[in-house]
Design a protein around this ligand. Structure first.
Ligand code: SF4
Length: 396
């Protein structure tokens, strides 16, 4: 059995039946697609200025760029724990700013948590205890395809509980109405709020007051309610305030019964990278090293802001072939061998895919379990840590 790193669930029950054609027991479509790309024959080679070269020349060119840079940006950061440890070491030496490609969503959660704290749960608790699940602004399966199979329909639970009731609120195009809807839900929790006197068929953000009251009644009656949201799906300004409304509602409900939150992550190693960054520097990404000291700024240290002032970009994306953003400064890319470029970066180094070409460690999206990733295929591709070690040695 092996673990799939293609989404935050990190299912660890996959079994390889055959490699050609690829057949993996228990993998969802997203997982199969991930391993198909990882196992595909690749002729990808390191390149400098678009010309194929060897690893030694490419790492030398990368070191030359970083040596000249005063404010490099290390972005993308699609990697796992060991890869991120290497990136942190190099960032300290190069005085770099670090930002994960999915930080926009992560920061919404971080700001809400910093402001007022939150009560969250684990996937195991959802499986064993949840009797009511409210999904806000997400269908859950788009980001975590086996969520229902593993946590909702699974009858192998500790307490022989019935299948939980599922409610959805504010999907896709309606998600922009969530700030209004969440405010209304919080207001309806207060019996004296004038909203409680409005007619049941009045609409708030396109939802009847009767429906909102029904959602609250089900959560109040739950033995173990779970509220799920995906911060990356909340694509509207100041979405962190909506995350805060969600966490406030959970907190209020906990005055009388048990309700917990479950924030979904966005993948590409975001949870693993931010945990590693936090224990090594004291901060999640959107941090930087200045004279060996770490600083943090959730706004100014974003990739978008830093692209204006950085004098080198090191883009890392080992799980998926995500392209680097446009940038005037020299660009080094270390990543998925499938990576295709509209404009060739100054240096490209194809790297092994964690959990397929080399071992690794990842944090599940509930942050409670660190899962080992196996090496499933021999590959000549170096791991991100190997590449970074070579760059470091040449930078000295
Ligand atoms: S649900 Fe996620 S972790 Fe599980 S097999 Fe699918 S992509 Fe992989």
């Amino acid at each position: 059995m092996f673990c799939c790193p293609a989404c935050g669930l990190l299912c660890d029950d996959l079994e390889l039946n055959s490699t050609s054609p690829l057949s993996i027991k228990n993998a969802c479509v997203k997982g199969v697609s991930f391993f198909e790309k990882a196992f595909a024959e690749s002729s990808s080679k390191p390149s400098v200025a678009g010309k194929s070269t060897d690893l030694n020349t490419a790492t030398q060119a990368a070191a030359d760029i970083l040596r000249k840079a005063k404010h490099p940006l290390f972005a993308g950061l699609g990697t796992e724990v060991q890869g991120m440890r290497s990136m942190m070491r190099l960032a300290e030496k190069a005085s770099a700013t670090l930002d994960h490609m999915h930080s926009e969503g992560t920061v919404r959660n971080t700001l809400a948590m910093q402001n007022s704290g939150w009560q969250t749960t684990t996937l195991t608790e959802v499986k064993n205890r949840a009797d009511v699940i409210l999904a806000i602004g997400t269908d859950i399966v788009s980001s975590c395809p086996r969520f229902f199979e593993k946590l909702v329909l699974n009858t192998d639970t500790l307490f022989n509980k019935p299948k939980p009731e599922i409610m959805y609120l504010g999907l896709a195009e309606e998600s922009v109405k969530l700030p209004e809807i969440m405010n209304a839900l919080n207001a309806l929790m207060n019996a004296k709020n004038p909203l409680n006197k409005k007619a049941d068929n009045d609409l708030i953000g396109g939802v009847t007051i009767a429906s909102l009251k029904q959602i609250l009644e089900k959560l109040k009656a739950a033995k173990y309610g779970v509220v799920v949201w995906s911060a990356s799906s909340l694509k509207f300004p100041q979405a962190e305030l909506t995350v805060q409304s969600i966490t406030q509602l959970i907190s209020k409900l906990n005055e009388t019964n048990r309700v917990a939150g479950l924030p979904l992550n966005s993948g590409d190693g975001d949870s693993s990278v931010n945990h590693t960054s936090t224990w090594l520097s004291g901060y999640p990404t959107r941090n930087r090293f200045v004279n060996g000291h770490a600083e943090y700024d959730a706004y100014h240290f974003s990739t978008k802001q830093q692209l204006n002032s950085s004098d080198a970009l090191l883009w890392v994306s080992t799980f998926n072939a995500h392209q680097p953003p446009a940038c005037d400064a020299p660009i080094i890319v270390i990543g998925h061998p499938d990576m295709q470029f509209e404009k060739q970066p100054d240096v490209f180094i194809p790297a092994g895919i964690p959990g397929a070409h080399h071992t690794g460690t990842m944090f599940r999206m509930d942050s409670s379990v660190a899962m080992p990733l196996k090496k499933l295929r021999n590959s000549e591709l170096p791991s991100l840590s190997d590449v970074i070690s070579q760059i470091e040695a040449k930078l000295a």
